[in-house]
Write a protein that binds this ligand. Structure first.
Ligand code: SF4
Ligand code: SF4
Length: 427
């Protein structure tokens, strides 16, 4: 399924596969029994929250833990809240979880006072399928002049954004209209796989950009470089350069909301089975991963590895009860026999990671600092901030050092320390 080529430098290069010419309708996963919604705010005591166990909720209803709370969830089902509890996430992020027992009849809650404004978008669509990055818009200190609607998937074998751009074009057209009105951006561009470049003339986008099939060119910084001719300097983001990337699915979710008056609650998920076969499904937000695999006929056994995301940059799941969230684009099952375990071997200076790195970071040197927890020195001396998060270094490392995981942790820690410093400067 994944095609391995050789680049001019001799490094291995994968190609992004295309979905079939006419993608099959996604399999809808239903009869989920219970959904678990996550609110991006930790509660200490359930008695302090405005929601209660036993409350009935409708599909599309906005559920906030407190009146005027900025954090909220949109109920993806109709039913009864059966439990409210703190939910620890990755990298120190904490949530409040709501378990909802699904009722037999699905009742859709309409939205009131929906205007094509940023305020309306933020009130209802922060956790819509595809997770539109609405926080990037409307900041006068970092104006966005171009919104890029991405119909390409950043990891290999994942087809979620590609599926959305090929099957939801009417909703995307409406979403682009709403975003143009709400965000005040000068331009909207669509980025699609090079072989799908035709058929997007009527969407209202100002530009259409072709992304070559070589991995990892669908990473936003590389799309800017290759398709827009814009180089993002180290320590800068695409947003710093005036570009905001929205997945095609998230723009479709915006469009569907304004076309129907209801927030969509079905997430497109690419399932990748043990043989690398790909299947696209839709599932209500909050559906347990185990339910989806079972309904799609994908068997798992002891010591198989479940991965949230694709093969290069996904993260291991420790529990099939973890649920589909707004940004869950893929779930992959890896056979126990294919799991390559990380090791505590030392780097042998083979240089494979440096040859594979698309931004030519001296990864072998960088990883020495990151292994020792010397994040600032590593970032300063060996260009951590030029990393585009492709995971190729980990893939090729003969010593099985989890380089990409070290890099992710270092970026998280440095961002956390900088946020704490900024907050104390403001006090
Ligand atoms: S250092 Fe970053 S950009 Fe380079 S190969 Fe590793 S993950 Fe990719
Ligand atoms: S690929 Fe692994 S062993 Fe080889 S130089 Fe890079 S970190 Fe060291």
């Amino acid at each position: 399924m994944m095609k391995l080529l050789q680049s001019q430098s001799g490094a291995s290069v994968f190609q992004y596969p295309l979905l079939p010419q006419s993608p099959l309708p996604a399999q809808a996963i239903d009869s989920i029994g219970k959904a678990t919604l996550l609110i991006d705010q930790m509660i200490e005591k359930k008695s302090e929250v405005d929601l209660s166990e036993g409350d009935t909720v409708q599909t599309g209803q906005r559920l906030a833990p407190f009146q005027d709370s900025a954090a909220y969830a949109i109920s993806s089902v109709t039913g009864k809240i059966s439990a409210i509890y703190p939910y620890p996430g990755d990298f120190g992020k904490n949530f409040t979880a709501l378990d909802i027992e699904v009722a037999a009849d699905d009742m859709a809650a309409p939205i009131e006072n929906l205007e094509p404004t940023l305020e309306s978008l933020r009130t209802y669509l922060v956790n819509a399928p595809g997770k539109p990055p609405l926080a990037l818009l409307g900041d006068p200190n970092r104006p966005i002049h171009t919104i890029v609607v991405s119909g390409v998937d950043t990891d290999l074998l994942v087809g979620t954004h590609q599926y959305a751009i090929r099957t939801e074009i009417d909703a995307i057209t409406k979403g682009i209209e709403v975003l143009k009105a709400a965000a005040g951006a000068e331009k909207v561009a669509i980025a699609v796989p090079r072989d799908l470049i035709s058929g997007f003339g009527h969407t209202g986008a100002d530009e259409l950009k072709a992304v070559p099939p070589d991995y990892p060119w669908a990473q936003p910084k590389l799309v800017l470089y290759h398709a827009f001719g814009v180089e993002v300097p180290a320590k800068k983001t695409c947003e710093d350069m005036g570009y905001a990337f929205f997945s095609a699915e998230s723009v479709a979710a915006i469009g569907k909301t304004y076309l129907s008056g209801h927030v969509p609650v079905d997430k497109i998920v690419t399932l990748i089975d043990k043989s690398g076969q790909v299947k696209v499904v839709t599932a209500r937000l909050g559906t347990p991963v185990g339910k989806i695999l079972q309904a799609a006929g994908i068997q798992t056994s002891d010591r198989d590895r479940l991965i949230l995301g694709g093969p290069m940059t996904g993260t291991a799941l420790y529990d099939e009860k973890q649920v589909v969230r707004a940004d869950t684009d893929a779930v992959m099952v890896q056979d126990a026999a294919d799991v390559s375990l990380v090791s505590d071997y030392s780097c042998i200076n083979c240089g494979e990671c440096v040859r594979a790195c698309p931004t030519r970071i001296q990864v072998n040197m960088l990883v020495r600092f990151l292994e020792a927890g010397q994040y600032e020195d590593g970032a300063e001396l060996y260009d951590l901030y030029s990393c585009v998060d492709c995971g190729l270094c980990s893939y090729v490392c003969v010593a099985r050092i989890p380089i990409y995981q070290y890099i992710s942790l270092a970026k998280y820690e440095l961002a956390r320390v900088s946020a704490v410093a900024e907050a104390s400067d403001e006090q």
